[in-house]
Design a protein around this ligand. Structure first.
Ligand code: NDP
Length: 247
């Protein structure tokens, strides 16, 4: 086959919408068998069907990545059905615009649980297998907010700095053992993400400042496909993607 990911198995978390769905389609289009994971099974089934129509292979796995047991079951199910996991895309994440003084503490915690602990849960479930096989690729969805703090996004920026710091350290632990770690850092992308915010003060103050410039989920799908389809000696450590105003 001339498909660069033929024979590979991938897991994409948060695949029921937005960036995750686009990544899953790009990986499947390149020949990977993809386990698509999230909480909304109906959306995952639609995606699975679409991937099938496009000639790809996908399975649906319901999984809340903040629950470690469910993550272990996700990996076990993917490996039983498709084979050892070559590519893990930690994409599931949530963002709330909120001013710290407004104390949206449940939203702080939700972001930490999903954006930080969700990622470590998933890495914990695949890493030993990848190291045994001396082969694997972990792609972590960071953000431009993983490089720079944004007002109204203090906790969110903090969670993405966590993703960056953890990825840098992990990369050094595993780089000589055949496992690659990539961070993808998109600017604004047209998805459901902005719709989760409840802090109207923060939204009015800071949201939409760059809303005339926006990326599409497919733009990030292509970036992830690029990173995971390089020869094994090529580590694509970081990809920063900014939207530009179309002329
Ligand atoms: P969406 O809100 O469209 O997608 C988020 C995905 O995460 C959904 O599929 C959702 O599915 C899933 N999810 C939420 N909670 C859980 C959970 N507990 N367990 C498993 N899956 C969960 O947002 P995006 O596509 O924009 O976001 C994807 C990633 O990209 C995030 O990490 C985000 O931080 C990052 N990002 C987004 C940018 C943007 O501007 N959109 C810019 C930079 C980074 P379900 O509800 O079915 O579980």
């Amino acid at each position: 086959s001339d498909k660069p990911l033929a024979g590979k198995v991938a897991i994409v978390t948060g695949a029921s919408s937005g960036i995750g769905a686009a990544i899953a389609r790009h990986l499947a289009g390149a020949g990977a068998a993809v386990a698509v994971a999230a909480r909304r099974v109906d959306k995952l089934k639609e995606l699975q069907e679409k991937i099938g129509e496009e000639g790809g292979v996908a399975i649906t796995v319901k999984c809340d990545v903040t629950v470690r047991e469910e993550v272990k079951e996700l990996v076990q199910h993917a490996e039983c059905t498709l084979g050892p996991v070559d590519i893990l895309v930690n994409n599931a994440g949530v963002m709330y615009y909120t001013l710290m003084k407004n104390l949206h503490e449940e939203e702080w915690e939700r972001q930490i649980d999903l954006n930080c602990k969700g990622v470590t849960n998933c890495i914990g479930a695949v890493l030993s297998g990848m190291l045994e096989r001396k082969s694997g690729h972990i792609v972590n969805m960071s953000s431009d907010a993983g490089r720079k703090g944004f007002p109204g996004l203090a906790v969110y920026s903090g969670t993405k700095f966590f993703v960056e710091g953890m990825s840098q350290a992990l990369r050094q632990e595993v780089c000589d053992a055949g496992v690659r770690v990539t961070c993808v850092q998109p600017g604004d992308v047209r998805t459901e993400l902005l719709g989760h915010t409840t802090d109207t003060e923060a939204k009015e103050q800071f949201d939409g400042s760059s809303s005339h410039k926006i990326l599409e989920p497919e733009d990030i799908g292509r970036a992830v496909l690029y990173a995971v389809s390089q020869p094994e000696y090529v580590g694509v450590n970081e990809i920063l993607i900014e939207p530009r105003a179309a002329p």
